[in-house]
Design a protein around this ligand. Sequence first.
Ligand code: AMP
Ligand code: MG
Length: 400
Amino acid sequence: MIPLAEARAHVLQQVAPLASTAVAVGDAAGLVLASDAVAAELVPPFANTAMDGFAVRAADTIGAPVTLQLVGTLAAGAAFEGTVEAGQAVQIMTGAPMPDGADAVVMVERSTIDSASNRVEIEIEVEVGNHVRRAGEDVTTGDLLFRAGTVLGAGHLGVLASVGLQTVEVIRRPRVGVVSTGDELVDDGGVLQAGQIRDSNRRTLLTLVAEAGWEAVDLGIAIDEKETIREAFISGAESCDAILSSGGVSMGAFDYVKVVLDEIGSMRWMQIAIKPAKPFAFGMVDGTPVFGLPGNPVSSMVSFELMARPAIRTMAGHADPFAPRLLAISEDSLTHPPDGKTHFLRVEGEPDESGRWYVRRAGGQGSHQLTAMARADALAVVPDEVEVGPGDEVEIMVLR
Ligand code: AMP
Ligand code: MG
């Protein structure tokens, strides 16, 4: 068995960020910026009012209350043609551009309009710039908005939209193929024949890929037959940036997956000192990374989290590919008999009011017992010969 860190290093040194490409800002959510984003416009583009009220000359409000002559009304989106002269005011709505001549805004709550005489009484003295949002106060031309490597979220895309960017240079969204291997697998919903089971790994892995924001490509079930397996991996390598396969990486006698992958690729077959997900394979087929995940349903998910997700995140341009780890208090005993492995236990939990996490077993911990994994909020990380009793601290990897 090799340590998890060694297996990860082996995989991570063979993957690299994908090529960059220009995509519409509207399609860039979750992608990683490939070059610095620089502003070519001001935000706000012009000085405007932050309040509904009256645009005035601040000097006119000295000695308030004062009465000013109304010379116009300005909604957001409109522009005032003239100039506000001494003794004049323009009624103005939030976001409307400051009229020439005016240098402050008096909020509507501090003024009384007299429509009959077309005048407004201003109750308070205001200073120059009062409630005025200056042009370029958020962004000025040439500003470095976000550096290459930034993961684009809602706020980032909003800023890019605010400076009028239509497209943005990002690392391409990975296309990830998912194939299940094994003669026992069916997925048609029919009556199970002797020895058959339903393929669940493909569903979970396709969903994990989609949830990560990557493009999931269903490569189907490859039965344990050399030509079928070869065809699945060769066509998968052609159309995808990475392939996740499950099954056939352990010691089974009829697993042609090994034979075929050794023929068409450069695979390393590993036994990692973890439980679940000890068997794992990684290599390249025609330059495409292939992750050979174990067949047991919990193992394939844990293997995805520990091995495939960090590698594909790296391909997607993420600088820090690993999931954050937290310290939690365990309500159950999580100690395991010494076996040389770090155990990743499926736990449910939540933070209390002070933010401290409390976790407990999410159900049966067998690698075939997917329900506990489905219910789990986190994996508790218990190294060999480390005792975790009720009330003890344990490291957790949060899954959601
Ligand atoms: P293997 O890694 O092929 O030796 O499979 C280990 C265990 O996982 C066996 O019990 C398989 O039947 C089961 N298994 C393999 N592939 C899948 C799958 N796609 N969905 C559910 N169970 C599977
Ligand atoms: Mg199998």
